[in-house]
Design a protein around this ligand. Structure first.
Ligand code: TRP
Length: 330
């Protein structure tokens, strides 16, 4: 599995990569580029070269993090384009350049030894202004997608303890409304990353409780998932459907989970009425997930079909999709 070409995300899931894997690469050249990052006239070229190497140099995150002035150089690149965000005026060249810096941050966020310090330094917060943007031009879309990639790399860890730290950070910095907006308005690719991040948060118990803490949060999430289902009927995407179904099934899978009922539902002022999350979900699950709308997508992807079957069963919904011959479990 220690394929030197594995993506940073995949590497993060591996145990420590032996340094011998660095042997077939030109270490001196890489070190020189890292030094060049501190030198403004040489920085743009160094960013480009290093970002090309980010998947093939296993120890790059360690070198980036521990070398003098490197992280602050990357941070300077990020901060330097804030003026181009508001008012929106970001050129393709500016976008490419900052995205190369972000790609290096992603590399640091992907490695088990640098993820913690990267988070502890609160560097991801500097990317939030990019996630706030709503311009649909390519340069902005690329910027949002690359920034989301950094957050995605943070949640891609198997280390439970580290994941909890990541999730607490993301919840306390209010990443969810940002993800929800991208899930509603983004391109297929950024929607997929944003939904993946939400899914990782939901799969964590703290994350699930946080979202189900108030009816407003719960219904906001369910509203956006519903809108995505509608959009998926017009623009099918198997990988996006997979994350959406997984989010729904997670919202349904704790039968004892209750949420504060919406205001003005027969409750006296100050009184809190609890309602079951699964019951609330049952009432608003889109019909397209019960009928044959997504049959051809689900045929391609039995694991998503399994999650959907589990979801409908938990919610006690007898949809036609459950009875389709071709989708029956083998
Ligand atoms: N401040 C809001 C809250 O904590 C943020 C928010 C908006 C939110 N929509 C959400 C949080 C959906 C979780 C889920 O409620």
């Amino acid at each position: 599995m220690n394929d030197a070409r594995a993506s940073p995300a995949t590497q993060a899931q591996q145990t420590a990569v032996p340094s011998s894997a660095n042997l077939d690469i030109n270490t001196d050249e890489i070190m020189q580029w890292i030094i060049d990052l501190r030198d403004p006239p040489k920085r743009e070229a160094a960013l480009l070269e290093l970002s090309k190497k980010r998947d093939s140099v296993p120890d790059l995150p360690i070198w980036l993090w521990h070398s003098f002035g490197t992280m602050s150089a990357l941070l300077q690149e990020v901060v330097a384009i804030y003026p181009a965000i508001m008012p929106a005026n970001l050129t393709a060249a500016q976008s490419n350049r900052v995205c190369n810096a972000l790609a290096l941050m992603q590399c640091v966020a992907s490695h088990r030894d640098t993820r913690g310090p990267f988070l502890h330094a609160h560097i991801p917060l500097y990317l939030y202004p990019f996630l706030h943007t709503t311009k649909v031009s390519r340069s902005f879309e690329y910027l949002r997608l690359t920034s989301l990639g950094v957050i995605g790399a943070l949640v891609k860890t198997d280390d439970k303890e580290q994941l909890l730290i990541v999730i607490n950070f993301l919840l306390s910095t209010e990443i969810i409304p940002l993800c929800l907006r991208i899930m509603e308005q983004g391109t297929e690719l950024s929607k997929t990353v944003a939904t993946f991040i939400l899914q990782k948060i939901l799969l964590d118990d703290t994350g699930l409780l946080y979202i189900c803490q108030t009816y407003e949060r719960f219904s906001h999430v369910v509203l956006i998932l519903g809108k995505m289902v509608m959009k998926l009927t017009r623009e099918p995407s198997v990988r996006l459907l997979k994350h959406v179904v997984r989010c729904y099934s997670r919202l349904s899978d704790n039968p004892t989970l209750t949420i504060d009922a919406p205001r003005g539902q027969g409750a006296a002022p100050g009184q809190i009425v609890k309602m079951r999350a699964s019951l609330a979900l049952k009432q608003c699950l889109p019909d397209q997930l019960k009928d044959l709308t997504f049959k051809s997508l689900l045929k391609e992807d039995p694991s998503t079909m399994n999650w959907l079957r589990q979801l409908l069963t938990t919610l006690e919904i007898d949809g036609t999709i459950l009875h389709d011959e071709e989708l029956m479990p083998k």
